[in-house]
Write a protein that binds this ligand. Structure first.
Ligand code: FES
Length: 290
């Protein structure tokens, strides 16, 4: 569908450009008919008693000169008959029809030019909007950072690092719980856990609220209906049907990469690989399990 739109825009732009080009050519042609040839000017000057001698007419070398020569030839001959003296003629204003045509031409060209400019301005914006975006941002694979630096940041943020570009939370996964994790989680989840990190989708699997961290309990606690999850996203209480969903993770070199295009469903209710209990007061009262 987007390809069709792009093609339509390209056709419109080309059409507008062709119309503008045709208008410009027509104007140039009309202007060429209105010029006097150099030879004619020289002859006129000589006739008026001027000292200038007729110049040899060089062969046309530019497009404009070729057009002038062609227009001259179309009028019959480059040798114009000498005009005799004429009596002064009373000035007659141009008739209204001629003026109307000139106005219509002006309006037509103005409309075509405006249309062309409008399309010319709209097309780049439309193309920029439709053009495939880069590989960063939610839905793509994100290089979040070096593992050691991320662990430092998680510690500095009281155990929870929010990464808005990927709509995810990053927390530490304790090395002591890896044996338990290997019985539950898939290889693409374990790739991050074995490096000590886990990337959790911020969206509550109950009804989709964004789940905030609770600094005192060191759990995630959803303010909508009270679902609670431990720090690695395993469900502890509330109506949620499972633990927090998470993303496919990988370590490339020493960089933690998260594929936010692959959402892995959270662990089943009852999964508790870390055994982490609430470490302080809850931020919300725990909702009853449904
Ligand atoms: S949306 Fe989170 S508990 Fe309902």
């Amino acid at each position: 569908m987007s390809l069709v739109i792009v093609l339509a825009i390209i056709v419109l732009v080309l059409g507008a450009a062709a119309a503008l080009f045709a208008t410009q050519r027509s104007r140039d042609s009309q202007r060429a008919v209105g010029f006097l040839a150099r030879e004619t000017k020289s002859r006129d000057t000589a006739r008026r008693g001027g000292a200038a001698a007729p110049e040899a007419d060089p062969a046309p070398s530019t497009g404009k000169e070729v057009e002038l020569a062609t227009a001259e030839a179309r009028r019959g001959s480059s040798e114009l008959a000498a005009a005799g003296p004429t009596a002064p003629v009373e000035w007659v204003p141009p008739d209204e029809d001629s003026r109307g045509v000139a106005r219509r031409q002006f309006m037509n060209r103005g409309i075509i030019a405006g249309f062309g400019l409008g399309i010319g301005g709209f097309a780049p914006a439309a193309l920029a909007f439709l053009w495939p975006q880069g590989t960063s941002g939610f839905g793509s694979k994100i290089s979040v950072g070096k593992v050691s630096e991320l662990k430092n940041q998680v510690g500095q943020n009281n155990g929870f690092l929010y990464y808005p570009e990927g709509r995810m939370w990053i927390t530490e996964f304790p090395a002591a719980s890896l044996d338990n994790a290997r019985k539950v989680y898939s290889p693409s989840e374990l790739a991050g856990m074995e490096a000590g990190l886990v990337a959790l989708y911020q969206k509550c699997p109950h009804l989709g609220c964004r789940v905030p961290e609770c600094a005192t309990s060191q759990w995630f606690e959803c303010g909508c209906h009270g679902s609670q999850y431990n720090r690695v996203g395993e469900k502890k209480a509330g109506p949620a049907p499972r633990g927090l969903d998470r993303f496919a993770m990988a370590i490339e070199g020493d960089t933690f990469t998260v594929n936010t295009g692959i959402i892995i469903q959270g662990p089943a209710i009852g999964t508790n690989t870390t055994g982490q209990e609430a470490e302080g007061p809850h931020c919300i009262s725990g909702g009853a399990a449904h």
